[in-house]
Design a protein around this ligand. Structure first.
Ligand code: NAD
Ligand code: PRE
Length: 312
């Protein structure tokens, strides 16, 4: 028998891209009787109320988690430890405490010591996002056909894991469980390194523009634009990701630098065969990734669950 994905009261700490998307998707799918969110500034509180998605907007995290059956921290990973400490005394016994952080090892290490006995800690990471942030950036379809990785510590109550899994699945996600360390290694290459490289190349191109007084940015071709979309992402979020996943990112950066050196040598030596072989192999891999991402699961989910459509 499948687990009911519904929660009585869901508290979202932070109403940005991810918190706002969870609120929209959970409302649309009827996954919570009540959704409460924290918005710390008067301006954001006013905007979240105006959006009319959640049932209650409060100013403090302690107030938000009161009587909540599911609490999800939707804040930068560096803030998760301090917020766990802030809310610990106010959590309802039996509640599930989760997060959406892009790094798992550091979040588990920072949060776990603060959480009281009797709550269920099930860290999570929806591997879905955009370069936008803030209360207006979320959308209900964000998680459709995207992975959500759960990293419950050993011994976590199986019922709590199943309940959170059902919640994410009902928002359209494909859910997988793995260890925090494995998660951090995989995401270092598939997500963190691409962001670092995109941030770097935008800075390099801008410096060249200043040095040569040419208009490198102004006349940037499609390739540059496609490649650097993610460099518009939130600086606080990404500062925290690189600080929190330092070891894995440095390891992947080392391997990447070696591979870049091989291509550099091929260019310097005029080794067209080496370049052609490399590009042929990586084109096939890239095309495979696109095909995997374009299967029909999103459409199937939309048909089964109502009006959700994947955004172009
Ligand atoms: N942006 C993405 O593509 C993406 C994808 C998956 C996961 N994540 C993870 O999700 C988390 C949130 O990212 P986002 O993109 O939604 O960011 P966002 O900037 O859109 O929203 C974050 C919100 O958290 C609030 N906040 C920060 N510190 C807080 C605190 N101490 N108490 C209460 N609220 C606080 C901010 O005011 C903001 O409203 C991050 O941990 C990030 O790593 C992001
Ligand atoms: O598409 C984007 O804009 C993203 O950067 C999303 C992305 C990713 O790297 O895939 C970014 C960080 C997350 O933790 C998960 C998803």
């Amino acid at each position: 028998m499948s687990t009911n994905p519904h929660f009585q009261r869901v508290a979202l700490i932070g109403f940005g891209l991810i918190g706002g998307s969870i609120a929209r998707a959970a409302k649309l799918q009827g996954l919570a009787s009540e959704i409460v969110t924290t918005a710390r500034s008067e301006k954001t509180r006013a905007r979240v109320i105006e959006l009319g998605i959640v049932d209650k907007v409060v100013a403090t995290n302690a107030e938000a988690v009161k009587d909540a059956d599911l609490v999800i921290l939707c804040i930068p990973v560096g803030a998760c430890g301090p917020v766990a400490q802030e809310i610990a005394a106010h959590l309802k016994p039996g509640a599930i405490i989760s997060d959406v952080g892009s790094v798992k090892g550091a979040v588990v290490k920072d949060m776990a010591p603060h959480l009281p006995q009797g709550v269920h800690f099930v860290p999570a990471h929806p591997v879905a996002g955009t370069e936008h942030s803030g209360p207006d950036s979320g959308f209900a379809e964000l998680f459709i056909n995207r992975w959500c990785i759960l990293t419950p510590p050993d011994g976590t109550d199986a019922g709590a894991v199943a309940h959170l899994r059902a919640f994410w699945a009902a928002m359209g996600a494909k859910v997988e469980v793995m260890t925090p360390d494995h998660h951090d290694l995989v995401l270092a290459i598939t997500s963190h390194l691409p962001h670092l490289i995109a941030y770097t190349i935008v800075g390099t191109a801008d410096e060249l523009a200043q040095v040569t007084e040419s208009e490198v940015i102004k006349f940037s071709a499609g390739g540059f634009r496609d490649f650097t979309r993610i460099a518009a992402s939130d600086p606080t979020m990404w500062r925290d990701v690189f600080l929190a996943n330092k070891e894995a990112v440095l390891e992947m950066l080392g391997t990447f630098t070696e591979d870049l050196a091989k291509l550099t040598r091929a260019i310097r030596r005029g080794d067209g065969d080496a370049l052609f072989d490399h590009f042929t192999r990586t084109r096939a891999i890239r095309r495979g990734i696109v095909e995997i991402g374009q299967d029909s699961a999103a459409a199937d989910f939309g048909r089964q669950h109502g009006q959700l459509e994947k955004k172009p």
